[in-house]
Design a protein around this ligand. Structure first.
Ligand code: ZN
Length: 332
């Protein structure tokens, strides 16, 4: 705990003092080697495979792919190529770690929804688009600029994975932007993980989805919630009986009373299609309309991609980004 506190203080100091001191301070806090180092002393290092079999959902078939090419294509599918190289490297380690965790989990029995492969190519696992598809959906010249940049970033981390206390990280979750603070895993999903804890995400200046407003009539609100959660009895709605009751540590809505029912913030986010559960509410003067104003995009657990990009622009390398968003982890 004390070490974590020291690490937080030092990290804050790094942000204040600036880039040149960053590597030294983090080394002093017991962090990983800022320059990459060697891994001869890490006994638990896993070897990544040459190939990986992925279920191509639209084509309804399994495809064997070169493992590192798969990682590069996932990175290109999950993060824009114009993000900083260190953010792309961090994303590649997260993608590689996620794939390894699934390969290990489904070494024998495969997932029910794609029994021929441990991973599929959609958000059910992590998004994978092949090179041809990636080139087709991007502007002319992207192959030479964007894809080449992503491949270079992935090659720089080839074989590297994220570990927590010597074990492979099983849930290297990531999302688009946090609105300033990430979430404890157990506040959003069912399970708690020691490396998925709420941390600040101060460098999200370039993030989209800021102060995003979505308005509904109270009738629409009731209908959308009833459709998503038919088991809940909402009753008649008015501006007086809709109230945010509690927040998570990361600042998102944990409980909101709507009429005679209580919803989790994540339930409201999903039923209304809000970008984030980090929202406030307000009402029209006549009380018939409600406006949800949200910040950030995604579930908020793990690495903020815009936060990673911002940290990189402020001078952090991919290891510092990863160990910031996945508390207590190491890259090997
Ligand atoms: Zn899947």
């Amino acid at each position: 705990m004390a070490r974590k506190l020291i690490a937080v203080i030092l990290l804050l100091a790094v942000f204040v003092v600036g880039v040149p001191l960053a590597a030294g301070l983090l080394l002093g806090a017991g962090g990983d080697e800022a320059d990459g180092g060697d891994d001869e002393d890490f006994a638990g290092k896993l070897k990544t495979p040459q190939t990986i079999t992925v279920w191509l959902t639209d084509e309804e078939r399994a495809q064997e792919l070169d493992f590192e090419e798969y990682v590069a294509c996932v990175t290109a599918s999950e993060m824009p190529a114009d993000f900083d190289e260190e953010a792309l490297k961090a994303q590649s380690v997260a993608a590689r770690t996620y794939a390894m965790a699934k390969l290990s989990k489904y070494a024998d029995a495969k997932p029910a929804s794609h029994p021929e492969a441990a991973l599929c190519d959609t958000t059910h696992c992590q998004v994978y688009k092949g090179e041809a598809e990636l080139i087709a959906i991007h502007a002319e010249g992207w192959e030479e600029s964007g894809l080449a940049k992503i491949k270079k970033a992935c090659a720089a981390t080839a074989g590297e994975l994220l570990y927590y206390q010597g074990e492979l990280v099983s849930q290297p979750l990531f999302f688009s932007s946090s609105g300033g603070q990430t979430e404890n895993s157990e506040d959003v999903f069912s399970g708690a993980y020691p490396y998925l804890v709420s941390v600040s995400s101060p460098y999200e200046e370039q993030a989209t989805h800021k102060n995003e407003e979505k308005s509904f009539s109270l009738t629409e609100l009731a209908a959308l919630l009833a459709a998503a959660y038919p088991e809940k009895s909402i009753g008649a709605l008015s501006a007086e009986n809709i109230k945010i009751l509690d927040h998570t540590q990361g600042g998102r809505v944990s409980e909101i009373k709507i009429g005679s029912a209580v919803f989790a913030g994540t339930q409201v986010r999903s039923a209304l299609g809000l970008s984030s559960a980090l929202f406030t509410i307000s009402f029209s003067a006549d009380g018939t309309m409600i406006t949800f104003t949200s910040n950030g995009s995604g579930h908020g657990v793990g690495m903020s991609q815009y936060g990673a990009h911002g940290m990189a622009l402020a001078g952090s390398d991919y290891r510092q980004i990863l160990t910031h968003y996945y508390s207590g982890t190491e890259v090997h």
